[in-house]
Design a protein around this ligand. Structure first.
Ligand code: DX5
Ligand code: ZN
Length: 226
């Protein structure tokens, strides 16, 4: 499965968001990662469906190919906002199972809106729910930091969790992406890929740098070097 890099616009300059989106797309990103925080499930507040809707027409490469918007909901409850993001142009919508009272229903509701559905697991969250819903998922997101803020350090126990998720995906026989989110840098992306991840969120590693294309190439080179 090809590797994908999903810059998190949480780390972008919000005063120039459209320009930042264009720069990261020109740098060759695969997805746009859109972190939604509600100051309730996590202690921070970011952006809602109106911002997603405003960015959607600009999530297109110079060749005219749409760049998928990967919405990561860190909100409770889940369903109403998931529905609003489906209307706002999200391509993938992930939520945290501990934030939904009815995980199976939330997954079905996202898929019924034509979006791909993902489950996101905090560092201390067990994977047991996958016993019951993995067949319905398009994406499993392993958090390698506690959600709420960009720029945190990678938590090493995520590597074990990634290995366990990869084993579950292989056993399922399904085409499910394994995304890792938090503290991904040029110097650890190789280890994360070796553990079994195929999709990498990177916020501060990309937006903190003067040339996004250079970082994107360095991340891809680190993946190719393994
Ligand atoms: C954390 C977010 C992450 C974060 C990643 O709650 O889900 O997507 O923005 O940022 P970095 O790459 O800076 O850890
Ligand atoms: Zn995220």
């Amino acid at each position: 499965m090809a590797h994908r890099i999903a810059p998190s616009i949480l780390a972008a300059d919000f005063a120039r968001l459209g320009e930042e989106l264009a720069r990261v797309i020109a740098a060759g990103c695969d997805w746009i990662h859109f972190d939604v925080m509600d100051n309730h499930y996590v202690p921070n507040l970011t952006f809602g469906p109106m911002i997603c809707q405003a960015l959607k027409p600009h999530a297109v490469s110079s060749a005219g190919v749409a760049v998928p918007i990967d919405v990561h909901l860190m909100v409770r409850p889940v369903d109403a906002l998931a529905d609003a993001f489906a209307s706002a142009g999200a391509d993938l919508i992930s939520f945290h199972p501990d934030a939904s009272s009815h995980v199976h229903r939330s997954i079905q509701a996202i898929k019924a809106r034509g979006c791909q559905a993902g489950l996101a697991f905090n560092p201390a969250e067990p994977l047991d729910v996958l016993d019951w819903v993995i067949e319905d998922l398009d994406l499993i997101l392993v958090m390698s930091v506690n959600p709420g803020f960009g720029g945190q350090g990678f938590i090493d126990s995520a590597l074990r969790k990634i290995e366990q998720v990869r084993a579950r995906i292989t056993a399922s026989g399904k085409d499910i992406r394994l995304e890792v989110d938090g503290g991904i840098k040029v110097d650890n992306i190789g280890r994360v890929a070796n553990a079994g991840a195929d999709t990498f969120v990177a916020g501060s590693a990309i937006f903190g740098q003067p040339d996004y294309g250079v970082v994107m190439q360095a991340l891809r080179a680190a993946l190719a070097r393994r």
